[in-house]
Design a protein around this ligand. Structure first.
Ligand code: NDP
Length: 245
């Protein structure tokens, strides 16, 4: 079994997931990067290795139960332990509710909520055996406040909060701490196509008057994974520059 702690990060090829993977490597974690595009993942893995730790790209789709199982088996097969699971992979398929197609609803629910359940279901038995472990789920401010045009996304992200709190209650007595991070507007591919007028309107509601950086979310994940967060479970840490005040 590896002496170093081992983390799985889903959707680690770009955006917030890539920043989390790099940050955890800097924190001395071995990182398994779960990516659909393994080539993009390899670039991030190489950056992780610069911190002197092992990093492994595992290709797969989080909506596929078999891929999730392979990911967890790879972590255990290679390193014998999983200390931290970060459920970060996510998508948006925005539309007004009256126009929302069933496939837009399904795709977002499967990626942003069901996959989180699936990964937690697969990883927690190993954490139970170790009587320790951490899970950090990336939700969204939209899951707390709701957002017009994002009924599917907000429902999935609100679901992640309920899942986080329930699992924290179930598993706390076994040393497993489960929290969520709710980012506001963060500069990634997910927000880059926001029309200028909409982006400006959004910024008017952000107290800090700027979008966040992926590294600012990675820092919160790093804290929740650390020994400093040993008495925190079932919480949603909002990192939104004051958007949801
Ligand atoms: P990006 O669109 O930049 O990246 C999303 C990542 O998730 C990509 O690596 C993507 O892989 C991966 N992914 C998507 N679907 C799947 C799938 N089925 N299987 C495996 N991987 C998948 O988004 P962000 O980095 O901005 O978002 C990361 C998380 O943060 C998401 O959960 C998002 O909802 C949340 N969030 C983001 C906010 C923001 O403002 N950016 C605000 C609030 C929450 P691939 O490269 O293959 O497409």
């Amino acid at each position: 079994m590896s002496e170093r702690r081992v983390a799985i990060v889903t959707g680690a090829a770009r955006g917030i997931g890539a920043a989390i993977a790099r940050r955890l490597a800097a924190d001395d974690y071995i990182v398994l990067l779960a990516c659909r595009d393994s080539q993009k993942g390899e670039t991030v893995a190489a950056e992780c290795r610069e911190h002197g730790v092992d990093a492994l790209v595992v290709a797969g789709d989080v909506t596929c139960a078999e891929d999730c199982s392979t990911l967890v088996k790879t972590a255990i097969g290679h390193y014998g332990r999983i200390d931290l699971l970060v459920n970060n992979a996510g998508i948006t398929r925005d539309n007004l509710l009256v126009r929302m197609k069933p496939e837009e609803w399904d795709e977002v629910l499967r990626t942003d909520l069901t996959a989180v359940y699936m990964m937690m279901r697969l990883v927690t038995p190993y954490m139970l055996r170790a009587r320790r472990g951490r899970v950090v789920n990336i939700t969204s401010v939209a899951g707390i406040t709701g957002n017009a045009g994002q009924a599917n996304y907000a429902a999935a992200k609100a679901g992640v909060i309920g899942l986080t709190k329930s699992a924290a209650k179930e598993l706390g007595s076994r040393g497993i701490l489960i929290n969520a991070v709710a980012p506001g507007f963060i500069e990634t591919d997910m927000t880059k196509d926001l029309p200028e007028k909409q982006a400006k309107a959004a910024l008017d509601h952000v107290s800090l008057r700027r979008f966040g950086k992926p590294e600012e979310i990675a820092a919160v994940v790093s804290f929740l994974a650390s020994d400093a967060a040993s008495y925190i479970t079932g919480q949603v840490i909002v990192a939104d520059g004051g958007l949801a005040l």
